[in-house]
Design a protein around this ligand. Sequence first.
Ligand SMILES: [Fe+2]
Ligand SMILES: [Fe+2]
Length: 169
Amino acid sequence: MAKPAPKKPAKKSAITKPRTAADIERSVARQLTRAELIDELNKDLAKEFQALVQYVQHAAAMTGPQYDAIKAELVVHSNEEHAHAISLADQIDFLGGVPGVDVARALISPDSKVMLEQDLDGELDAIARYRERIAQAEMLQEYGLRRALEDILIVEEEHARDLQDALSL
Ligand SMILES: [Fe+2]
Ligand SMILES: [Fe+2]
């Protein structure tokens, strides 16, 4: 009878590392607290204020007839970022936090295409942040917050698509 082939050593994968019950328990213990969630939401709020300011500046400063349609769209985006800021500030207050007034630094450029790229980077960052924040709201069973964040996320995804279209990406 042929000898069974020697067993290959199990491949170690950094990604699919087996999780023990203790690992899972530790990760639950690492869940963020309500206070930490409020801090994260205040950072999101500062970036909404940035987006609002940046869109106002870019809509006014962008030059070239090929940018007429997107300039009008940037004014709409600015108003929507304002609405997001109001929603986040309300949610922070509901959670027992103090809504901040910090404004993250707005980006400007003398080049209209670069402005659109700056705006798109901001939207992609917002999409990633709100996806994470929705998962955190779910974890803390803050379902009203999750709903408010989902509504914001849908609009950020529309913003990203508008900018990608304008950049012909
Ligand atoms: Fe926004
Ligand atoms: Fe946006």
